[in-house]
Design a protein around this ligand. Structure first.
Ligand SMILES: O=P(O)(O)O[C@@H]1C[C@H](O)[C@@H](CO)O1
Ligand code: GUN
Length: 294
């Protein structure tokens, strides 16, 4: 039925990694955080850290992108046990999509209930400024339109349903909580809410591509996150996502500006402390749900 190429890890392979981690740390995280480009400093908010290099974890892919350190950091925040990926995997690194999303099922097997995804993205919405934080309310999955979806291949019911719903992918209660947190911190001025569009990368968009994406309803464009969200929702985790608008997508043929990775990392450094505060407060407000997945 499916071609003979490998289409993913087996349940047993996921278990090997999860069991290795459980044997090597006493942390039992309920919340996972995935750090976007240049946002790895978010891991520093965790106390009582236990850190693993991806290269030391069985089956774990390696980070190859500048701004993605390649470390899995366990720790606590306000007494809550968390795990943080300092570095994620992208399609453009050459990984098949099931490797890109490998850590998500590991999180689920560790007992994680809520996944927080962050990324750096280009702003398509003309009201957005560099440095804005966009709560992700929905996504456009461009690789998925072409059949590159992380759930392609045999479905393992131990993780989730063959046909998972995605109309409620980004938890509305967590978005409400984030808005309250942002207001209390005085961040409302640079808080936005919108639709994130994933492309394969690594080239940034042409002007025509940006105008097309904007017309399709995207507010921000990037190269990650959506694959992780699909797998997280498939296995029943709650998802909260935010994009840091690190650059404005170029939409004018007369513009001199050019998207570049250094600007992306620089904007991350500039907003790091506010993002750390916002995510700390958000985590403080997340209630455990006794591992009842949703
Ligand atoms: O991992 P994220 O999505 O934050 O990284 C974005 C997309 C590319 O990897 C990189 C481009 O600068 O930033
Ligand atoms: N595709 C894409 N990814 C980004 N990541 C950060 N900025 C951008 C951008 O402008 N386009």
């Amino acid at each position: 039925m499916f071609p003979e190429q490998k289409l993913g890890y087996t349940y047993e392979e996921y278990k090997v990694t999860a069991d290795w981690l459980l044997a090597n740390t006493e942390h039992r995280p309920l919340i996972a955080i995935i750090c976007g480009s240049g946002l790895g400093g978010l891991a520093e908010i965790l106390k009582d850290q236990k850190v693993f290099s991806y290269s030391d974890i069985p089956n774990f892919p390696q980070s190859t992108v500048h701004g993605h350190a390649g470390r899995l950091v366990f720790g606590t925040l306000k007494g809550k046990s968390c795990v943080c990926m300092q570095g994620r995997f992208h399609l453009y690194e050459g990984y098949p999509i099931w490797k890109v999303t490998f850590p998500i099922r590991i999180f689920r097997l560790l007992g994680v209930e809520t996944t927080i995804v962050t990324n750096a993205a280009g702003g398509l919405n003309e009201d957005y400024k560099v440095g804005d934080i966009m709560l992700i309310k929905d996504h456009l999955n461009m690789p998925g339109f072409a059949g590159n979806n992380p759930l392609v291949g045999p479905n393992d019911e131990r993780f989730g349903l063959r046909f998972p719903c995605m109309s409620d992918a980004y938890d509305s209660d967590l978005r409400k909580l984030a808005k309250t947190v942002a207001r209390d911190l005085g961040y409302s001025e640079f808080l936005k809410e919108g639709v994130y569009c994933v492309l394969g990368g690594p080239s940034f968009e042409t002007i025509a591509e940006c105008s097309m994406l904007k017309r399709l309803g995207a507010d921000a464009v990037g190269m990650s996150t959506v694959h992780e969200v699909i797998v997280a929702r498939h296995c029943g985790m709650r998802v909260f996502g935010l994009s840091l608008i690190t650059n404005k997508a170029v939409m004018d043929y007369n513009s001199e500006s050019k998207a570049n990775h250094e600007e992306v990392l620089q904007t991350g450094r500039e907003r790091a402390s506010q993002l750390e505060k916002m995510i700390s407060r958000l985590i403080e407000g997340i209630e455990p749900n006794n591992n009842n997945v949703c």
